[in-house]
Design a protein around this ligand. Structure first.
Ligand code: ZN
Length: 70
């Protein structure tokens, strides 16, 4: 998967809630598919802590909801 060294200034990583510059990848957003296009969210690769659910054939990471953080 392609990675980037700079994080966009206008958004935050949904895991750490910062936009510090470090290795970043784009993760497609479920429900935004439009033909071959999809919206994506930049996420720091160091923030990923993925789990594989072999029974449901699913890779995921549960996120803290920063919308309610102060
Ligand atoms: Zn992050």
């Amino acid at each position: 998967m392609r990675t980037f060294t700079e994080f966009p200034k206008n958004v935050k990583c949904p895991i750490c809630n910062t936009n510090k510059n470090s290795e970043t990848m784009l993760i497609g957003k479920v429900g935004t598919e439009d033909g071959n296009n999809m919206q994506a969210s930049p996420i720091h690769t160091d923030c990923l802590d993925l789990r594989l659910d072999e029974n449901r054939n699913f890779i995921f990471q549960v996120l803290t909801d920063h919308r309610f953080s102060v």
